[in-house]
Ligand binder design. Sequence first.
Ligand SMILES: [Zn+2]
Length: 87
Amino acid sequence: MPEAAQISSSFPTARCAVCDRYVLTYLDFESGAELRRCVHCDGAVSDDLRWINASELEAEGYQFGAPAASGGGGCGSGCGTCSVRKH
Ligand SMILES: [Zn+2]
């Protein structure tokens, strides 16, 4: 099922006004609503999400495929999201 594969390898990005670039976003449920925030500055981003795949994400400056350094944190599953969020 190509659709499922595409979804599982897509990442939500949006324009962050603070970082002045497209950034990876996460859902903040603590605010009581599904609010998208920037993984870098925690600032709210627009709802105009752009779902991109890993190679497109790398083009935006994110690193994929690098083995997690020992003790480097993250979930260790190689999902990429955790390692991005640590900074
Ligand atoms: Zn930001």
